[in-house]
Design a protein around this ligand. Structure first.
Ligand code: SF4
Length: 445
């Protein structure tokens, strides 16, 4: 039978979808094309099964999945819909009585999905929901997937989280932190390289939690640099206290892309305390200054939440002024949104009015837009190595090691897809929107 997967949320989910595809294909189910293509294809080719690998990071994310279930059933009332992923684990009630959701397989049971689907079609299943205590989950589903159409490969090194930040639902959706062994990851990276992948992004739910016996993230990176020859490594996301001197030392190896994604969430110590983050404003400052000092022209992106329930106007101003004086490249700003099942949403009696959250977010976005332009301009006339993308995202045809999107208007890159090239960066193009919209125009050298 033909199936199609639909992935919501983060890169870890993308990786996990790869495993779902592998497991289903191994059981004789036939993977069909992307959603858009299957819509245009003959009914005969329409997949009979839709597997939704859902996200629950916000209430909105779960609603997206419910919306898609209704749409798919409207398109084909006889198709079978399987809901798996984080929303199936923490928002199970949203699918329990949802007519379109035929089978709900929470993260606790994700690896059993093909067998459950077979039993479903045999009619031997007694109920539609399969879920248990996620904190008892040991397996890591490590043989996840490689999106062959991608140039850059996201490699899951870790899953789950032990932090329980007060605004976050992820530990309840993915369980405690678990890591893939260094041995398996070296094998995986060499496999990716043999398949032609030029860049590997080490990803996970909380990669700073990485642990293989006594080994930490620094040991993993060091071993990968020694035992593999992939040209580009990138780390997905780190917290300020996880940017150790030893890790920054490893960035002296040019294969480590000088790009940091930091989930800081705030730069005010009282707010960080209420968020149950394990660092203060001082550690935010120190980590950024350290990177700036040790890694020349590093690209630093940061996640920030605006309008956390306990955040006062003064505390927000403190975050804003602190960030304005520190070195970074761009902010990803999220107005706080209540997530049922988190301490911040369920237990905190105070909250910031929604319009006020949006205003604070807008102010941070403006700060970020100005900074991104400044840093973009500073790249002009530089020569940087850029990886030509197979699928040009948002119009950018290549990505520098520093994480700058590049377009090469006067070059035909067809033959160079998946290859790394030297580019002279000629000008920074800014469309005036948020700090996600600028790119560099360059020429091949
Ligand atoms: S570190 Fe905090 S925000 Fe990140 S996944 Fe864990 S609990 Fe969520």
């Amino acid at each position: 039978m033909k199936y199609q997967t639909h992935t919501f949320g983060c890169k870890v989910n993308t990786y996990d979808t790869g495993l779902i595809q592998k497991n289903l294909s191994n059981q004789g189910f036939v993977h069909t094309k992307s959603h858009q293509e299957s819509l245009n294809s003959e009914v005969a080719d329409q997949p009979r099964i839709h597997v939704l690998n859902t996200c629950a990071v916000t209430a909105e994310a779960t609603k997206e999945a419910v919306k898609m279930i209704r749409k798919l059933k409207a398109q084909d009332p006889f198709c079978t819909i399987v809901v798996t992923g984080c929303a199936a684990q923490v928002d199970t009630d949203q699918f329990e009585n949802l007519p379109g959701a035929d089978l709900v397989v929470a993260n606790s049971h994700k690896s059993l999905l093909p067998g459950l689907l077979n039993d479903y079609f045999k009619g031997t299943l007694k109920h539609k929901i399969f879920k248990s205590n996620i904190f008892k989950k040991e397996d890591l589903e490590q043989e996840g997937g490689i999106e062959s159409s991608h140039t850059r490969s996201f490699l899951k090194i870790q899953d789950g989280c032990n932090s329980f930040c007060s605004f976050c639902i992820i530990p309840y959706a993915r369980g405690k932190s678990r890591s893939i062994s260094i041995l398996d990851l070296v094998k995986k990276v060499n496999e990716l390289q043999s398949l032609g992948h030029q860049e590997v992004v080490l990803t996970g739910v909380h990669i700073g939690d990485y642990e293989d016996g006594q080994n930490k993230i620094e040991d993993l990176v060091e071993t990968l640099l020694l035992q593999t020859s992939v040209p580009r490594f990138r780390l997905s996301s780190l917290e300020p206290i996880e940017v150790s001197d030893r890790l920054l030392e490893l960035y002296q190896d040019s294969r480590m892309c000088p790009h940091f994604h930091m989930s800081i969430q705030s730069a005010n110590t009282d707010v960080l305390f209420q968020m149950k983050r394990k660092y203060t404003q001082t550690e935010v400052r120190d980590s950024l200054l350290k990177i700036d000092k040790k890694i020349k022209n590093a690209f630093i992106g940061m996640d920030v939440i605006a309008g956390f329930p306990t955040e006062t106007e003064d505390q927000f101003a403190d975050t804003y002024l602190t960030l304005a004086t520190l070195p970074w490249t761009r902010l990803h700003v999220f107005p706080y949104s209540e997530r049922k099942g988190t301490r911040a949403a369920d237990a905190m009696k105070v909250s910031v009015p929604y319009h006020e959250r949006k205003q604070r977010a807008q102010r941070l976005r403006e700060l970020s837009a100005n900074r991104y332009q400044e840093r973009g301009q500073a790249q002009v006339d530089q020569i940087q190595k850029a990886l030509v993308l197979k699928n040009s995202a948002k119009g950018s045809q290549a990505l520098t090691r520093h994480y700058w999107p590049v377009r090469l208007p006067n070059s035909n890159l067809e033959e160079l897809k998946g290859k790394e090239i030297n580019v002279k960066l000629d000008r920074f193009v800014w469309s005036g929107g948020s700090s996600q919209d600028g790119y560099l125009e360059g020429s091949l050298i």
